[in-house]
Design a protein around this ligand. Structure first.
Ligand SMILES: *[C@@H]1O[C@H](CO)[C@@H](O)[C@H](O)[C@H]1NC(C)=O
Ligand SMILES: *[C@@H]1O[C@H](CO)[C@@H](O)[C@H](O)[C@H]1NC(C)=O
Ligand SMILES: *[C@@H]1O[C@H](CO)[C@@H](O)[C@H](O)[C@H]1NC(C)=O
Ligand SMILES: *[C@@H]1O[C@H](CO)[C@@H](O)[C@H](O)[C@H]1NC(C)=O
Ligand SMILES: *[C@@H]1O[C@H](CO)[C@@H](O)[C@H](O)[C@H]1NC(C)=O
Ligand SMILES: *[C@@H]1O[C@H](CO)[C@@H](O)[C@H](O)[C@H]1NC(C)=O
Length: 357
């Protein structure tokens, strides 16, 4: 091929724009070590995945065009800063994944305008060190795992009342003050494992908890007070392991009511008399005063039981398992249709009988 042929070839091959984003199904995925949002994202995009790139910040206008976004995954980038109005126009947003970035700051107002946001993760932003005081009426799942959190207080979760699942694991929390979770009346799952807590007293903060799942494993808690657990009426699963449990009188009720269970027979506690580790099971059977109080009763003394304090608590509902509601509604509609159908048939029958008479 001579030089003229080469020139002709060059003219014939159009200059293709580089494409970073591909759309498969409902997701548009952008990849290529991107340091800025690429130009070829369709503005109609509903599910956008720009995870695993090298984005370092989100400005006020970065996302402004994408008003239809429902799910946005910006996980695994190098984001340190996000403008407090970066997501302001995304009023349909339901899921936002900011995990595995390098956030050092995040505005309390960050999801203020995202009235449909249900799922929000800032997990694995190790230098964040604090939890933003979010304001949301829709948020159900909030993940703050591995963010170097040391403290929070009763104002932290005051305006995110709809949270059902909260993950605070793998932080450096030493203390959770009473009333911290008081506003979270829908809370179903709480994970505070792998922190430095010395007490689980925070569960007792009010009568408001509807927890079904609690993880307090891998902390520095030595005593669990059964009175504390009185309020956890809905509790179905609890993880205790890897705490320096003491063989303490107060633990008896915990053992009786929660731990008469194969998995927990392996748990050990440190005996007060000789500092030796023994199994909870062994220890329990060596303590002769056995309480006969059933679950949900307060034990005034080892031998008398008074009715539960639970009755004083406001009734809370837990909707983690809301799929059943749909089922019941459908069943009710079918029942109703059946009844209507039967009435119609009955009427028809009687009227045709009347006619034939
Ligand atoms: C976001 O993308 C990452 C992969 O880069 C994935 O691990 C993560 O599950 C995604 N988040 C959601 C909520 O789908
Ligand atoms: C997002 O993209 C990453 C690749 O960058 C992929 O591993 C992940 O599965 C995608 N997630 C979703 C929910 O599309
Ligand atoms: C929170 O995020 C971490 C990291 O992505 C994940 O391993 C964990 O399962 C998440 N927690 C919840 C409750 O979804
Ligand atoms: C709670 O913490 C915030 C900062 O995170 C602080 O401004 C506020 O004063 C604290 N409130 C109480 C009652 O300590
Ligand atoms: C665990 O708690 C004890 C007090 O009960 C304290 O002396 C010790 O320093 C704590 N350990 C850690 C690792 O925080
Ligand atoms: C007892 O163990 C079973 C599984 O062996 C578990 O399903 C149940 O939740 C446990 N009960 C409590 C109170 O932890």
């Amino acid at each position: 091929m001579g030089p003229i042929g080469f020139l002709l070839l060059c003219l014939c091959v159009p200059v293709l724009p580089v494409q970073f984003c591909t759309t498969t199904g409902s997701w548009t995925v952008c990849q290529g070590e991107l340091m800025a949002f690429p130009e070829d994202i369709p503005t109609s995009v509903t599910n956008l995945n720009v995870s695993n790139n090298r984005l370092s910040s989100l400005e006020q206008n970065t996302l402004i065009k994408f008003v239809n976004i429902k799910k946005l995954n910006i996980s695994r980038n190098l984001i340190t800063n996000i403008h407090n109005k970066a997501f302001f126009r995304l009023t349909d947003l339901e899921l936002l994944d900011l995990s595995f970035n390098n956030l050092i700051e995040i505005s309390d107002k960050i999801i203020f305008n995202n009235v449909k946001l249900k799922w929000f993760s800032i997990a694995h932003n190790k230098n964040l060190k604090y939890i933003p005081h979010l304001q949301s009426k829709s948020l159900q799942r909030f993940n703050v795992s591995s963010c170097g959190i040391q403290e929070m207080n009763e104002t932290t979760f005051q305006e995110v009342e709809s949270i059902e699942i909260l993950d605070l694991s793998f932080n450096e929390i030493k203390e959770i003050r009473d009333h911290t979770f008081d506003a979270l009346t829908m809370l179903c799952e709480l994970d505070v494992s792998n922190n430095e807590l010395q007490s689980a007293q925070f569960i007792n903060s009010d009568c408001s908890l509807s927890l079904t799942y609690l993880d307090i494993s891998s902390n520095n808690i030595s005593v669990l007070d059964w009175i504390t657990f009185q309020t956890l009426l809905s509790l179905k699963k609890i993880h205790f392991h890897n705490n320096p449990w003491r063989c303490d009188e107060r633990m008896k009720y915990v053992y009786e009511n929660m731990l008469n269970n194969e998995t927990t027979l392996n748990l050990q506690c440190v005996s007060a008399s000789d500092n030796k580790k023994i199994s909870w099971h062994e220890w329990y059977h060596s303590v002769n005063k056995v309480s006969s109080c059933p679950v949900n009763f307060v034990t005034d003394s080892p031998t008398t039981c008074s009715t539960s304090i639970i009755n004083k608590c406001p009734k809370v509902s837990c909707s983690c398992d809301s799929s059943w509601v749909v089922f019941y509604v459908i069943a009710a509609i079918i029942c109703l249709l059946n009844i209507v159908f039967m009435i119609v048939i009955f009427r028809k029958n009687t009227s045709s009988r009347n006619n034939s008479q």
